[in-house]
Design a protein around this ligand. Sequence first.
Ligand SMILES: Cc1cc2nc3c(=O)[nH]c(=O)nc-3n(C[C@H](O)[C@H](O)[C@H](O)COP(=O)(O)OP(=O)(O)OC[C@H]3O[C@@H](n4cnc5c(N)ncnc54)[C@H](O)[C@@H]3O)c2cc1C
Length: 437
Amino acid sequence: MDGDSVVVVGAGLAGLVAARRLATAGADVTVVERRSTVGGRVRTENRDGFTLDRGFQVLFTAYPAVRRELDLDALDLRFFRPGAVIARPGSRSVLSDPLRDVRAAGASLRNSEVTLSDKFRTLLLRQHVGTRTESEIFRASDRSIRSYLREWGFSEDYVDNFVAPFYGGITLDRSLSTSKRVFEYTFKALSEGRIAVPAAGMGAVPEQLADRARDAGASIRLDERVTSIDDGVGEDRGDDSVRGRDGGVAVETEAGTIAADAVVVATDPKEAHRLTGIDSIPREARSCVTQYYRLPEESVPRTGRKLLLNAGDPSPNTVVPISEVAPEYAPDGSALLNATFLGETALDRDADALAEETRLTLEAWYPERDFSALEPVRTHRIEFAQFAQPPGLHETLPGVRAAGGATYLAGDYTAWSSIQGALRSGREAARAVERDR
Ligand SMILES: Cc1cc2nc3c(=O)[nH]c(=O)nc-3n(C[C@H](O)[C@H](O)[C@H](O)COP(=O)(O)OP(=O)(O)OC[C@H]3O[C@@H](n4cnc5c(N)ncnc54)[C@H](O)[C@@H]3O)c2cc1C
């Protein structure tokens, strides 16, 4: 690898991991990112003393790639408690993992929303997924989460009132039509680890990866969009003299041409398709809107650092008193909550109407409390949060070498739509470049 030049297109999680690994292996690495900040779909905005992740998302500490690529201590994590609060008008009940959250075990075991047989099946399912690896789970036969849970014999009430809002929140698909592989793997991760956010916001994750990539020698160019890639594969579209050694690639950006020995396309899936023309790159979006609210600290409901799941109604799907989990997310005297609305239709809804829906929902869940002071701080409308993952999709995704020649792919779209998938793909793409050089 020594001295080989590699351009990485995109400074999301996948691109940053690829950049660090390639630079560590001795390559001369340039990351080109079209935005003014790194992180791609994992970014944080600071506004009026509030820390606002761009869409509610969390880190699963059991993900192997999270443990491998990140210094979790340095991220100063703030942890959720296992489980959630199942909320509906006039009632709230705690569902936890009695094996891991001793404080909530009693409430959880007494929870009448969930039958004894559902609790027992949950333990059996946990044993079933516990012994299986990521590749075993993603290679197994597939069906939707809903039909998988039916086969396991879970009651419809459990599926609709707990699984739909909880895993619907993870897959951004409350209908549970997503591949059961995503359910199995995230269920396994939840059983084996915790969910958390860094004290400084989720954006601290890519910031740390970017620091590590720079320390390894990579340079990161921001505010520069890659417009096309000429790798000389197929129709010869360019002049060989602008490519790197042995043909290599010419990466066209808005600022000019970069000649390199190899390029790693670590953009979002739609842009990766545009740049490479590879049709197996998934482009169907899962969308969501996350809205943030401030409340006086004394007015905020305490959930014991758990998410609130909307059992009765899909809108909003979840409400999270995030500053209870991470007090650093709100300035003194204020609390910060977020609500997430799933699906494309939420994208066009008026911010005031969304805020009113959240206020009415909270008033119905907590009739004894006053939410008149709930004030929207920011609305994040995220058209492409994840790609849709229907059953059977994963075996159709392109591998990191699918483009051929000196062009490599990295990004969640080569694995599965998650932080784990993105981090893992960055490592796999870097390995492929190293092995081929
Ligand atoms: C609201 C939301 C909630 C989520 N929840 C979770 C969760 O709880 N847990 C989980 O594991 N995952 C979650 N995800 C998914 C996870 O964030 C993504 O799968 C992951 O971040 C994808 O990383 P990536 O590096 O593959 O792509 P991206 O993050 O999309 O990075 C691609 C980068 O390429 C840049 N780029 C694009 N085109 C060009 C170009 N032409 N030139 C230069 N640069 C370009 C982009 O600006 C971007 O920085 C969530 C995502 C969102 C948005």
